[in-house]
Design a protein around this ligand. Structure first.
Ligand SMILES: [Zn+2]
Length: 234
């Protein structure tokens, strides 16, 4: 996993959370190579506070002690704060940012004794909600949820069978000697209103799956096979 906030941040901890009483962030060391001193947002969010233009303010407390800082609100209501950066921050208040947005460069502004980055994470706006930010050196504070899975299309309904063996039906067209549609014509029903019985039903994917008989049971004056479109309930 690629580290966040600064390059290889998880390897650059110089003072951990609660490393001394009241230290509610994690300190990350600077490097000679200035490319390694770029500070990035942890993840998607909005810049809600900025303080810029400060040099070192030894002995300061409160907001000033953070020096040049950026406070970001993330979409899940958590906050991250990036402190002691060099003058000339690279983002503005209300700017939308993400993990590819550089906020500034590691500096020594505010109450510091040496150049370093101080990173904090809060579960809410108040500083009283600060938590150990160490896990967020290697993971996003806010993880975008996957879009709602689309409902799967309904499977095509199996061929429905509105008829059952024993139904009394009126037939049109003609019946044949087999259910595949070939075979000889075994009975003609155009224009008739004779009542017949369904006496057998075979595979509904066949062209003529319904067997009809004059009598109510198979073998009782059988007439042959017809298609569904040829029958209606009597
Ligand atoms: Zn610190």
């Amino acid at each position: 996993m690629t580290d966040r906030v600064i390059n290889e941040s998880s390897k650059r901890i110089t003072c951990g959370y609660n490393g001394y009483p009241g230290h509610k962030g994690v300190d990350l060391g600077w490097r000679q190579d200035e490319n390694q001193n770029k500070v990035y947002a942890n993840c998607k969010g909005t810049v809600v506070e900025i303080q810029d233009g400060l040099d070192r303010v030894p002995g300061s407390s409160g907001v000033k002690s953070w020096g040049n800082y950026v406070l970001i609100k993330h979409p899940n209501g958590m906050y991250s704060r990036y402190c002691h950066m060099k003058k000339g921050l690279l983002v503005k208040k209300d700017q939308e940012v993400d993990e590819n947005t550089q906020l500034g460069i590691i500096g020594d502004s505010g109450n510091t004794t040496a150049r370093h980055h101080h990173f904090e994470v809060q579960t809410g706006y108040s500083s009283d909600t600060r938590i150990d930010p160490t896990p967020y050196l290697t993971k996003a504070i806010y993880v975008e949820l996957d879009p709602q899975p689309q409902p799967k299309p309904e499977p095509a309904p199996a061929p429905s069978n509105d008829f059952k063996v024993g139904d009394k039906v009126i037939v049109s067209g003609y019946a044949t000697s087999d259910s595949l549609g070939g075979g000889s014509r075994t009975a003609e029903y155009n224009g008739t209103t004779d009542t017949l019985y369904i006496t057998k039903i075979t595979d509904l994917t066949k062209p003529r799956p319904y067997h009809i008989s004059r009598g109510a049971t198979l073998g009782n004056q059988d007439r042959g096979w017809v298609a569904k479109s040829q029958i209606k309930k009597a």
